[in-house]
Design a protein around this ligand. Structure first.
Ligand code: C6P
Length: 416
């Protein structure tokens, strides 16, 4: 691909300034400055997010949608303001399409239980890919067990890319739902989601995209993408844990029954029959994570302040550099070498279990994730039990890569 003309490139991130926004990066680990390369598991929070949550807890907390008193109204305004902030971030049509959940996992389970389970019949098909996170596998297996539907899996190649033609061949008149990651958490592969959505729609299937690893790194425009459902978590987006988002096309959400019952999701309740609140509240039973929503909105402000194109360009440069440096090390094998990747570098070191590698790196202050990354079928495909995974965010810099490489050399010495 030709390089972008200079005048179209985003101005580079001022990484020193970005790093100063994240107080945790000043932490010492085992006598070393923290080198945090585990943002795909959970990213760190900048001061504006920490302060927004603190300000909410200090001055505005009450329950939402319930009180006529001033604090309840302030909390409701903050919570609903956060919903509008999310809508704008992903360019959804309406706040009625933005459901707050506990995270990506709960968002996918909501679709599985409320959209798929009541509709699917024996012999219907759900099509996913071989690189999905367990959160985009197990909820569908539960639906298949309950309905007699069949789970089909589109293959990947040795680089960790979706075999698109095979995916298309697996689409059938019985395919009711396609569930695909936007970015693989185990391999970093960016999937061609627009083509996936178009092919699935042409086959008459509804599409859910698991965007957990995409929204921190790529500009996601849901109206342009056309997916029916899109799920993500705040804690990978520099926001708090315990809150995430399900986007759903309004017409689909409207036709779906609630999946959890309780306060706030009802219009009327009697012992004979209850009726449901309007969207999005129909899917938000009980008191929600209000401070989490406030933190998420602050995180989105922060990201847009830096600019996603600038973040993406910065992370891409880091990923390319780290890839080249690790490839030059003896006994390191990269797992996942797709042409289009974001943020994630999975690898193994010959003769060393990734957990042991992770422990040595931790002793040097370098935090990476090791294991199957909740994507066991990906490990099975590559014939390995686990990988070591370094992942990059806006606050990482070249010194972090140098520390990773140094710690890997140290590990090689230790393990011989
Ligand atoms: N992946 C990782 O280290 P929750 O836990 O609900 O916020 O997100 C689940 C999830 C779903 N899909 C993808 C693609 C994901 O990466 C994750 C979370 C973390 O890779 C923790 S397992």
């Amino acid at each position: 691909m030709a390089a972008e003309p200079a005048h179209l490139r985003p101005p580079p991130l001022d990484v020193a300034r970005v790093r100063a926004d994240f107080p945790i990066l000043a932490t010492q680990v085992h006598g070393h400055p923290l080198v945090y390369l585990d943002s795909a598991a959970s990213s760190q929070r900048p001061w504006p997010v920490i302060r927004a949550v603190e300000a909410y807890e200090t001055h505005s907390h009450a329950n939402v949608h319930r009180g006529v008193h001033a604090l309840s109204q302030a909390a409701t305004a903050a919570f609903e303001g956060a919903r509008e902030r999310v809508r704008r971030f992903v360019n959804a049509q309406s706040v009625r399409e933005i459901i707050f959940t506990r995270g990506t996992t709960e968002a996918i389970n909501l679709v599985a239980q409320s959209y798929a389970r009541p509709r699917l019949r024996a012999g219907d098909e759900i099509l996913i890919s071989a690189l999905e996170h367990h959160a985009d596998i197990v909820p569908w297996q539960l639906v298949c067990e309950a309905t007699g539907a069949v789970l089909k899996v589109a293959p990947i190649n040795r680089r960790g890319e979706l075999e698109f033609e095979a995916f298309e061949r697996l689409l059938s008149p019985r395919t009711r739902l396609v569930g695909m990651a936007h970015v693989s958490n185990a391999l970093g592969t960016v999937l061609p989601v627009k083509r996936i959505v178009e092919a699935a729609h042409a086959a008459g299937a509804v599409v859910l995209i698991d965007g957990a690893q995409a929204v921190p790194h790529l500009n996601v425009d849901l109206r342009a993408l056309g997916a029916d459902f899109y799920a993500f978590s705040a804690h990978k987006l520099y926001g708090p844990t315990g809150i995430g988002v399900l986007y759903g096309r309004e017409a689909l959400l409207e036709a779906m029954p609630p999946w959890q019952g309780g306060g706030d999701m009802i219009r009327t309740v009697s012992f004979e029959k209850s009726t449901w609140n309007e969207l999005p509240y129909k899917f938000e039973a009980g008191t929600p994570n209000i401070s989490g929503a406030v933190g998420l909105a602050a995180a989105l402000d922060y990201i847009e302040g830096l600019g996603l194109p600038a973040i993406a360009a910065h992370e891409d440069a880091l990923l390319k550099r780290a890839t080249a440096e690790l490839q030059a090390l003896p006994d390191i094998e990269l797992v996942g070498t797709a042409a289009h990747k974001a943020s994630v570098l999975s690898f193994t070191m010959k003769g060393v279990h990734p957990h042991d590698l992770g422990t040595i790196l931790d002793a040097e202050g370098v935090a990476i994730r090791t294991g199957h990354h909740c994507a066991m079928p990906v490990m099975t495909f590559f014939g390995i039990p686990a990988t070591a995974r370094a992942s990059f965010a806006c606050y990482n810099d070249e010194a972090d890569i140098a520390a990773l490489v140094k710690a890997l050399r140290r590990a090689r010495e230790v393990f011989g």
